[in-house]
Design a protein around this ligand. Structure first.
Ligand code: FAD
Ligand code: FES
Length: 310
């Protein structure tokens, strides 16, 4: 991270589209020096966004489950990954943020409108990388783990033509998938948001309301029963809840396949100062050392992580 990535940039909101209940997609335009900085985002990196000045929605638009916390003051910036980064020109970049309304900050995000200005620090952290010799990338997303993998799918398609991409996205129910329902194929088993960039995409829901019934990791295991790629040529990229990441790491380990996971932690500063985002990692001699999710991650080699929630 350089000094300049810690400097807040002011972006301008171009669009804020509701995808469906609880989910939206924000497009922010960055110009000048900020555009230059954000034109080099690696998928999996993130930005710290200030939402304290965004307005609260009308009371009838505040979900009951966050009615009490909605008015809380928002002191800290919030971390968001990028679902898309488009370089329009050397001095204009558009970044896409796919968000889910969970609490006061993401609730305020829904009121941002075209022309609003927004303060962003980034790009921060370390994103996904593509080791030499890989010919197949499996993307495994759980719930709101989808955005950085959508960005990764685009980058693989444009910069790594030799790598075939297969995407898996899971959630508890169809309503919890952060995609438009119109974008799912008739059986609800393929995703338009990934389709243009992947050879195949697969949906899994715990209750079977779309695609495969069961955990997304079971959908991946089923795929491996039908497909036998050479382990050394495959890499798995995963983002989502920690138990899902732990299971993905396990199924990759069983097959000797490289796997990178994007970890999520509560982040106060996002730049390595507050120590609030520790990730337990293996060090030599069976010991554990703590790394910082914001600075050393959020993407880690799955073999290095000691998963806390399995
Ligand atoms: C690297 C990174 C990338 C992220 N990318 C996205 C993204 O692309 N889209 C998106 O919608 N969200 C993303 N998030 C999560 C997002 O930062 C939180 O949803 C947001 O901060 C919630 O703020 P809030 O005030 O609305 O809710 P809060 O009231 O702060 O939180 C609501 C609930 O979510 C839990 N929560 C909040 N933040 C986290 C966290 N970081 N880890 C685990 N649990 C958390 C809280 O414990 C609480 O239960 C990302 C988080 C990280 C660390
Ligand atoms: S969020 Fe402050 S050190 Fe990581």
């Amino acid at each position: 991270m350089t000094e300049s990535t810690r400097k807040a940039a002011i972006g301008t909101v171009i669009d804020n589209d509701a995808i469906k209940r609880r989910f939206g997609r924000l497009t922010i335009q960055l110009a000048g020096e900020a555009a230059r900085r954000f034109s080099h985002v690696t998928p999996g990196q993130f930005a710290q966004i200030r939402l304290s000045e965004a307005a609260l929605p009308q009371p009838d638009r505040i979900p009951d489950n966050i009615a009490d916390s909605a008015r809380r003051q928002i002191l800290l910036r919030r971390p968001f990954s990028f679902c898309d980064v488009t370089v329009e020109s050397p001095t204009e970049v558009h970044i896409g943020i796919l968000y889910c309304v969970l609490g006061p900050a993401t609730l305020r995000m829904t009121t941002l409108a075209s022309g609003n200005q927004i303060s962003i620090i980034g790009p921060l952290g370390n994103g996904f990388s593509v080791p030499a010799g890989k010919k197949l990338a499996l993307l495994v997303a759980g719930g709101m783990g989808a955005p950085p993998l959508q960005h990764l799918a685009r980058v693989l398609k444009s910069n790594f033509a030799e790598v075939e991409v297969v995407a898996f996205a899971g959630a508890k129910t169809l309503g919890d998938l952060p995609f438009t329902e119109q974008g799912l194929d008739k059986k609800g088993s393929a995703i338009a948001e990934f389709a243009g960039f992947c050879a195949q995409s697969h949906v899994a829901t715990d209750d079977g309301s779309a695609g495969f019934r069961g955990f997304v990791t079971d959908c991946v295991r089923r795929w491996f029963r039908k497909n036998k790629p050479a382990a050394a040529e495959v890499i798995i990229y995963s983002c989502g809840p920690e138990p899902m990441l732990a299971e993905t790491a396990k199924l990759a380990g069983e097959r000797g396949i490289d796997c990178q996971v994007s970890m999520e932690r509560m982040m106060a500063c996002g730049i390595g100062l507050c120590q609030s985002c520790a990730v337990a990692c293996k060090s030599g001699w069976g010991k554990t050392e703590y790394k910082l999710c914001c600075k050393d991650g959020p993407v880690f080699d799955s073999k290095d992580v000691v998963f806390l929630q399995k």
